[in-house]
Design a protein around this ligand. Structure first.
Ligand SMILES: [Zn+2]
Length: 311
């Protein structure tokens, strides 16, 4: 189950990750925790019924949800787009269906998904980073998900990389990766440039997202180029910090901003290369996500598989 603020996508698969049935319901976050819990139950019941598979045949349920949360206790602590506060999500599901359930934050689930079925397949030490409206991450080290003490490790978006920055993040801090290089940050810089009256194609755009900034970049717009190149430079700093700290085999990068494609990966690699030890950089592949739009639900399926496997 990919539990999001606007929709709940639940799928049932076989042990190789092939999806048998999938359903999507509106989360109904504004209607409170009981309504959302009811929809969670409904979505599980729906895929069971549609697939003709009985509860007893199901090995585990994996749930990816926005953090921060306590993966060990199966508890959502608090998150802006869901009504749950210090709420144990796992117990009611286990009680209702008699199936072991595992909760993890969506970035960790995506990391496990890429490790099991995607771009991290066959590796031992893999990091995942998502660059979307926010910036997040997860790790699989020695073949096991690494969550840290409070299960919130790899909050890559909230690494401070610019100590004197005036750009503030949703978390309240200044100069962290998310405030400087997320899709939201790129859009903000574009808006600021337009408002400052800079000579740019961006002033003709109705909406300003990283997509429009990329389009203007391709048309040779100097303001757009500076905005994106700066964001890529910062992302490269984050990647270099990951390389020197974790010495991974592969860093998989997904999320909407990576749709920019080769330009994104070339610039981020170049920035990371300048800031890493050569031999470590050369030993690290930096590659796009392979799961794309299905990352959420496939990550949750992979979480169920990896957590219910013998350790
Ligand atoms: Zn932050």
């Amino acid at each position: 189950m990919d539990l999001g603020g606007t929709k709940i996508t639940t799928a049932i698969s076989d042990l190789t990750g092939d999806i048998i049935e999938k359903t999507t319901l509106a989360t109904g976050s504004a209607l409170g925790e009981e309504v959302v819990m009811g929809r969670i139950f409904d979505s599980i019941a729906m895929v069971l019924e549609a697939s003709g598979i009985h509860e007893e045949e199901v090995r585990a349920i994996g749930i990816g949800a926005p953090g921060p949360l306590d993966a060990e206790k199966g508890m959502i602590i608090t998150t802006p787009n869901l009504p749950f506060k210090n709420y144990n999500l796992v117990k009611p599901i286990e009680n209702r269906f008699g199936i072991p359930a595992y909760l993890d934050n969506d970035a960790n689930a995506a990391a496990i998904g890429e490790y099991t079925f995607g771009a991290g397949k066959g590796t031992k030490h893999m990091l995942y980073m998502t660059v979307s409206t926010g910036v997040g991450g997860g790790a699989v080290l020695n073949g096991r998900p690494y969550r840290g003490n409070t299960s919130n490790a790899l909050e890559i978006g909230h690494m401070t990389i610019e100590p004197f920055s005036k750009h503030q993040c949703n978390c309240g801090k200044f100069g962290d990766v998310e405030s400087l290089a997320s899709g939201t940050a790129i859009a903000k810089r574009a808006k600021e440039a337009v408002e400052a009256g800079k000579d740019t194609l961006l002033s003709q755009s109705e909406t300003l997202t990283s997509y429009e900034v990329h389009q203007a970049y391709l048309e040779g717009d100097a303001v757009a180029q500076e905005i994106l190149d700066t964001a890529f430079e910062y992302l490269g700093i984050a990647v270099a910090n990951l390389i020197v700290n974790f010495d991974p085999e592969v860093i998989v990068i997904g999320g909407g901003v990576t749709k920019i494609g080769d330009l994104f990966f070339e610039k981020v690699r170049e920035s990371a290369r300048k800031r890493s030890f050569d031999f470590m950089f050369n030993a690290t592949r930096i590659v796009p996500s392979q799961l794309g739009q299905e990352t959420g639900v496939i990550g949750a399926l992979a979480l169920a598989l990896i957590e219910s496997a013998e350790k």
